[in-house]
Ligand binder design. Structure first.
Ligand code: ATP
Ligand code: MG
Length: 278
């Protein structure tokens, strides 16, 4: 028997972890509405993300962050409005888009190498090339010596690296990450943030990263999108003008860090006091 943590839940989620090439990683969300039953979950949401931009989304629990990410991924239907990625309307998962979930989505009966190669094989890439690309991605995330291990033999941080390797192996133009580091300890989390900064600096994709950590959002993002709840909407978009390359320490030392942190905290505490764009 498998658990939600151990394996992707649906065929669509497996497809969403595939991905290949496309023209552009631009994301455009226009007038998005989402209902679950009679509850309005997301109301009239507009969001534009430039190619190779790193956007972090923060907001209170239940405000619709995961729902928004799943709609961008083509995993959840949009009730009104449109989402386009690289000019292509999202109705189903696009092959240019990879998703990393908080629960690593690794198959427990497959080695790291086979887990990472799986979406490539599913996309029709020949076995030798799939394994080669999987090895490269595993090396990128620092798991080279663990490629023959099974998920149960990995720490939380290593599982998350394997999940990231699987997303990167397909060389996506857009990578969507839903609280990918939430399940690891604080120290590992900072190490993973640093590794992601490094990786992303070298192989830039458009990234949408959901987090509950304001520190993490400022550390990683070009722009932080703050969402409010009931119904979910964008309260404010805050550019993070901290130069790159960044490290966790260099961001914390930056004089912009404390005021940005305070601004985002204030918005999360009193989201209704600020309208989008003010
Ligand atoms: N499949 C579903 N069916 C019905 N309601 C749902 C479904 N998925 C999400 N919801 C509801 O939609 C709202 C937004 O959920 P969502 O998971 O997007 O929030 P979130 O911002 O990601 O929260 P968290 O920070 O806790 O992960 C919640 O009220 C949730 O209960
Ligand atoms: Mg969520």
């Amino acid at each position: 028997m498998t658990t939600r943590e151990q394996s992707p839940a649906t065929d669509k989620e497996v497809t969403a972890q595939q991905g290949t090439k496309s023209d552009s990683g631009e994301i455009r969300c226009r007038d998005i509405f989402k209902w679950f039953g009679t509850s309005l979950i997301i109301e009239s949401l507009d969001l534009d993300i430039a190619p190779k931009e790193f956007v972090c989304v923060v907001g209170p629990s239940g405000c619709g962050k995961t729902t928004l990410l799943r709609m961008i991924a083509g995993l959840t239907d949009i009730d009104n409005g449109t989402i386009e990625i690289g000019g292509t309307r999202v109705d189903d998962p696009l092959p240019t888009v990879a998703v990393v979930f908080q629960q690593f989505g690794l198959f427990p009966w497959k080695t790291v190498l086979k887990n990472v190669a799986l979406p490539l094989r599913a996309a029709g890439i020949k076995k030798d090339e799939a394994l080669q690309r999987a090895r490269e991605a595993i090396e990128l995330v620092g798991l080279k010596d663990s490629d023959t291990k099974y998920p149960s033999q990995l720490s939380g941080g290593m599982k998350q690296r394997a999940g990231l390797a699987r997303a990167l192996a397909i060389r996506p133009e857009v990578i969507l990450l839903d609280e990918p580091f939430a399940a690891v300890d604080a120290q590992t989390r900072e190490i993973l943030q640093e590794e992601l900064l490094n990786l992303w600096g070298r192989h830039k994709q458009t990234a949408v990263f959901i987090t509950h950590s304001i520190d993490e959002a400022i550390t990683l993002a070009d722009r932080v999108v703050v969402m409010g709840a009931r119904p979910g909407r964008i309260v404010k978009e805050i550019p993070i003008p901290i130069e790159r390359p960044r490290t966790v320490a260099s961001v914390r030392r930056n004089p912009l860090y404390a005021p940005l942190r305070e601004e985002i905290w204030d918005l999360l505490r009193t989201p209704d006091s600020t309208a989008k764009g003010q």
